[in-house]
Design a protein. Structure first.
Lengths: 450, 208
């Protein structure tokens, strides 16, 4: 369903100078901060909880609930802002950082105020030079105008926001990898438990790690109330959400739509959005939530962009990245390209991922080069099963973080749906006789998230 | 050039002061060194180690994990052509191929005049604008082969002021003035923030 709900976080994008303090102040900027500071911190937190704002980074965990995991009375607490957007297909946090940095800063301040976070570190992906510059300028202006730093708006609320930045490593988008990087280390994820950041995070202290888009929603929530936000979208997927639609569509773009009610078909086919598959071609497959997500097909088009429904159908909305492939797409090549990414970006800490992703990449490469063997497809699935036992959704994992299982998604999707295309490459029928592992491994779902 | 200049060392000390633990400044300082020299030299890593109280090997240990840090000279312009999934679907491979023949170098190579280094790169978050590339981490969206050639010509002729030489990321730096700084919060500072409590920080009445 296409609704006429107005954009929240992209509302200023129409202005050429949307990133300046002047434009920000002329369009209601820092009024959300003012509204928040007129309430006690706990009330602000309650409002965000009432908004049911799901994290927009990939995991989709409710932000207000995450905030509540910080142990009572333990200080200091830190905020780490995850601006390391790198999931293939994903393009929205960069836009928010480049085009409305003050909105993000305002959101950071509201989070710090509500949760008692003493210092904030805004970690921007290394490759995003313009975003870094825009944020640096915005912070300098906001400090000078009294919105950030000591005694914000003349109150006793004081917090520094430190701009920090990476140097090229996808894994740093994983929250514990990000914390390692921020501590000056190689960005290798930590084991959870015990290292849930809300309890043991930056410098081993309680730390909230929030995504750019998540935080950018806070000024509106502070100003309009959590109830107004929750009234938008579906019950379980509230508010508005940004989706980047790329690949074989007529009008690829980033669209902020009502969350949970707009369908994939709306987004891909409606003239006001992507206007259908390019050149009048038929849809072959689409990735609903970034490269890590299992693929969807024509029969999934009418699903709403709603976390629960998409999860039940066997995939995820992840980072809000939809990649459309038309009927002419070589899915073996597409599959290889995604696996190559994860093989390159594996941090090397866990053996199944380090070895597995690189072997998956090598086997797919030789299939593409015409050197594949009929048993190769079986071998791909066998390796997938070692990384993610059972090859199910949500994935089980033999690794510390979900990067390894992410490489399994495209293979499981492509092989199960387009077996014939693999057969054509390897010159013979593909027999899948691999015995998939049972439930002998630790599944993420069995681990408490607190 | 090797160790940080006096000016950059002062800047480095200013950056270190923003973090509760000095080592957190490691990556920003490596960027600073790369900005100074175009790549990350051993002498700079030694110097950064001295500033942070670390061995040079520890600096290298972290820096070598991150692909933006170049430990050997690269071209003045680092051209990263995206070939991840969305760009693959929209001409990224063809663009990379064109770039190779246009520049006369293979992926990973540097032109003889030291101006260009070419890399096939993973997703740079411009997926709806495929095919895309970055020159020294500045974006070029939906770029045609002709536009690529024109860009290269411009760079050769020095007509692209907006693109600083490799190493420079931020032409605007964060500066926190002493009269506005809230102050670092050290991990061993266990006091409750003053604003945390049952009362609102701002006691004025709403203007709207």
């Amino acid at each position: 369903m296409i609704t006429d709900a107005q954009p929240i976080i992209t509302a200023r994008f129409g202005f050429d100078d949307s990133y300046t303090l002047d434009r920000f102040l002329a369009t209601g900027g820092y009024e959300g901060l003012r509204a928040a500071l007129r309430k006690a911190p706990q009330q602000v937190g309650d409002d965000v909880k009432a908004a049911s704002l799901l994290g927009r980074g990939g995991a989709g965990f409710p932000a207000g609930v995450k905030w509540g995991f910080t142990p009572a009375g333990v200080w200091p607490r830190y905020l780490v802002v995850n601006g390391d957007e790198s999931e293939p297909g994903t393009y929205k946090d960069r836009m928010l950082m480049e085009r409305d940095p003050h909105q993000l800063i305002e959101g950071i301040l509201i989070a710090c105020y509500a949760v008692g976070l003493g210092q904030a570190f805004l970690y921007v992906r290394g490759e995003m030079a313009l975003a870094q510059e825009r944020i640096a300028q915005a912070l300098n202006d906001a400090y000078a105008a009294g919105y950030v730093g000591k005694n914000i708006l003349g109150t006793d609320f004081s917090v520094d926001i430190v701009l920090t930045w990476g140097a090229g490593a996808y894994i740093v988008g994983e929250e514990t990898g990000l914390i390692e990087s921020l501590e000056g280390q190689r960005g290798m994820p930590r084991l959870k438990p015990p290292y849930f950041p809300a309890a043991i995070g930056l410098y081993q202290k309680p730390t909230i790690v929030n995504n750019i888009e998540t935080l950018s929603n806070l000024p509106w929530i502070a100003l309009n109330g959590g109830g107004a936000f929750a009234a938008l979208g579906a019950e379980t997927s509230t508010g508005m959400r940004m989706f980047a639609v790329s690949g074989h569509v007529n009008n690829p773009g980033v669209y902020e739509v009502e969350f949970g009610v707009t369908t994939f078909r709306d987004l891909i086919e409606a003239p006001i959005y992507c206007g259908g598959v390019r050149n009048g071609k038929r849809l072959k497959a689409f990735i609903p939530g970034g490269a890590s997500a299992p693929w969807f097909f024509e029969e999934h088009l009418d699903l709403p962009l709603e976390a629960g429904a998409v999860g039940k159908a066997g995939s995820m909305l992840g980072s809000g990245a939809i990649v459309v492939m038309d009927e002419d797409t070589d899915v073996v090549r597409a599959c290889h390209r995604i696996v190559r990414f994860f093989a390159k970006e594996s941090c090397g800490k866990c053996t199944p991922c380090r070895e597995g992703t690189s072997w998956l990449e090598k086997i797919l490469a030789r299939i593409l080069e015409g050197e594949g063997r009929p048993e190769d497809v079986d071998m791909l699935l066998d390796i997938c099963d070692n990384i993610s036992p059972g090859i199910n959704w949500p994935p089980r994992q033999t690794t510390i973080c979900p990067l390894g299982p992410s490489a399994v998604s495209p293979i499981a999707s492509a092989v199960s749906r387009f077996r014939g295309e693999f057969e054509a490459y390897v010159g013979g029928p593909v027999v899948t006789t691999v015995q998939l592992t049972g439930a002998a491994y630790r599944a993420p779902a069995e681990v408490s998230n607190a | 050039m090797a160790r940080l200049t006096a000016e950059n060392e002062a800047l480095a000390r200013e950056i270190i002061m923003r973090y509760p633990v000095a080592r957190s400044a490691l990556i920003p300082l490596c960027h600073l060194a790369q900005e100074q020299d175009g790549y990350l030299t051993e002498e700079a890593m030694q110097h950064i180690g001295e500033l942070l109280g670390l061995e040079a090997a520890e600096v290298l240990g972290t820096a070598s994990f991150y692909e933006m840090f170049k430990r050997h000279p690269v071209g003045k312009y680092l051209v990263n052509v995206c070939t991840s999934i969305s760009c693959l679907l929209s001409g990224g491979d063809e663009l990379l191929e064109h770039a190779q023949s246009s520049l006369g170098i293979a992926e990973g190579g540097t032109t003889d005049d030291g101006l260009f280094t070419l890399e096939g790169y993973e997703c740079i978050a411009a997926c709806t604008e495929a095919p895309c590339l970055q020159v020294n981490y500045r974006y070029f969206h939906r770029i045609t082969h002709d536009e690529f050639d024109a860009l290269v010509d411009d760079l050769r002729a020095g007509r692209r002021d907006g693109i600083p030489p490799h190493g420079t990321l931020q032409r605007v730096r964060q500066r926190i003035s002493p009269d506005r700084v809230a102050g670092v919060v050290r991990p061993d500072d266990t006091t409750q923030p003053v604003w945390v409590g049952d009362t609102a920080a701002l006691q004025d009445s709403p203007t709207t």
